[in-house]
Design a protein around this ligand. Structure first.
Ligand SMILES: NC(=O)c1ccc[n+]([C@@H]2O[C@H](COP(=O)([O-])OP(=O)(O)OC[C@H]3O[C@@H](n4cnc5c(N)ncnc54)[C@H](O)[C@@H]3O)[C@@H](O)[C@H]2O)c1
Length: 359
């Protein structure tokens, strides 16, 4: 694309959409929000004002038909993603889409096919791979600086009071995919991103807290065991009811040491023979470390900005996204393997075969 500024149509403005607006404004030298859309007219109007008095609409077709929109940033709930991606692709717009790619695998395939057919880029908005600490960790895995990775543990927790305020879609697994697909998808993406493809997944889950909010939500707590194709093993410990200041954390053990990642970054423990072998601390923060508005997320402070910046770069300079839609689909496939596992009390091998499971 031979332009020096990307013009974006923002689809859905509350929640993560508002957070994206801050990132787009931070990138104003190379991108601008040209128009916004939300089914809620008040939300669309407020966001249009926040974005520099740009045009707004409640009609997606109107947004994607605009000549001054090169790409769309889809921040809607999961059940709306597939149709919106397809509409954008048919109108020839590049797509950045919030996770999860969709609720079910058939819809993910439909959205990917539409973007391929239209020849537009389709990137999934996973912030973690864009944090400086995650990139350093990936380099350690690739270079085998601490030997081969053999075990990974990640704790992912969504905040209860934040969920309590949410619009109703989260509580219906047909609309959100439940905690596995909507929240823990960050880990279903991150673990294969770091360790390679999964061979087998086993999960246990249940609803312990939100029985009053939803009669159908199957999983406000979920634990997932992994066997990766490279032989390594892993655990995701996930939940939807964490105190706001609890944060997430992760450990990765290698044959010659390990790392422990928390909100500020991670500590490297080199060697197995020394009593206190901490030698290095890697910070999450990149160049915007003191921008608290952007650096809010405990796990990926600069990840979201990095992710959006990368999308701009891919479209303006015709590069392939580092988190393409196919990775979003693979994360969803792993999430569905976990759901199938806790539904059947059996380990599930990947890849999943058709007919795909669904809520
Ligand atoms: N990357 C992250 O860390 C992160 C964090 C939060 C949410 N998300 C993802 O972002 C998406 C939105 O989540 P949220 O928490 O911002 O939701 P939300 O409920 O806070 O906001 C959703 C917005 O979409 C609008 N909307 C609802 N249905 C719509 C439709 N059919 N068409 C157009 N607009 C519609 C609503 O009016 C609202 O403005 C989800 O896919 C979620 O998983 C990602």
């Amino acid at each position: 694309m031979a332009k020096d500024k990307l013009r974006v149509g923002l689809v859905c403005c509350a929640g993560i959409g508002a957070s994206h607006v801050r990132c787009w404004r931070y990138l104003e030298d190379r991108a601008e929000i040209a128009a916004v859309m939300d089914v809620d007219p008040e939300m669309a109007q407020i966001t249009a004002r926040m974005s520099g008095d740009v045009p707004w609409t409640t009609d997606l077709d109107e947004l994607v038909a605009r000549d001054d929109v090169d790409a769309v940033d889809i921040c809607s709930p999961p059940f709306a993603h597939a149709d919106q991606v397809v509409a954008a692709a048919k109108a020839g717009k590049h797509v950045l889409c919030e996770k999860p790619i969709t609720v079910n695998l058939e819809d993910a395939d439909r959205a990917i096919a539409a973007c391929k057919e239209a020849g537009v880029k389709f990137m999934l908005a996973f912030p973690r791979p864009f944090s400086p600490a995650s990139r350093r960790l990936k380099e350690m895995v690739e270079t085998e600086e601490l030997g081969k990775p053999i075990r990974i543990y990640t704790a992912h927790h969504m905040r209860a009071e934040w969920l309590r305020k949410r619009t109703d879609w989260f509580w219906d697994p047909k609309m959100s995919g439940g905690t596995a697909v909507e929240g823990v998808i960050h880990d279903f993406h991150f673990l294969p991103w770091l360790m390679g493809p999964a061979k087998r997944i086993y999960a246990e889950a249940g609803t312990f807290i939100y029985t009053d909010r939803s009669p159908t939500l199957p999983d406000d707590q979920i634990v997932v065991l992994w066997r990766f194709e490279n032989g390594a093993i892993g655990i995701i410990d996930g939940g939807a009811n964490q105190p706001s200041n609890y944060g997430g954390h992760m450990s990765v053990f290698f044959t010659k040491g390990g790392i422990r990642m928390e909100s500020g970054g991670f500590s490297i423990y080199r060697g197995m023979t020394t009593y206190h072998p901490v030698v290095e601390h890697v910070h999450h923060f990149g160049p915007v470390s003191d921008d608290r508005e952007i650096a809010r997320s405990p796990f990926t402070p600069t990840g979201q900005l990095g992710e959006i910046e990368h999308f701009v770069d891919c479209v303006l300079h015709d590069k392939q996204p580092e988190t393409p839609a196919e990775e979003g689909r693979y994360a969803l496939e792993c999430a569905w393997a976990a759901i199938k596992s806790f539904q059947t009390s059996q380990p599930v091998s990947l890849p999943l075969e058709k007919p795909y499971p669904n809520y």
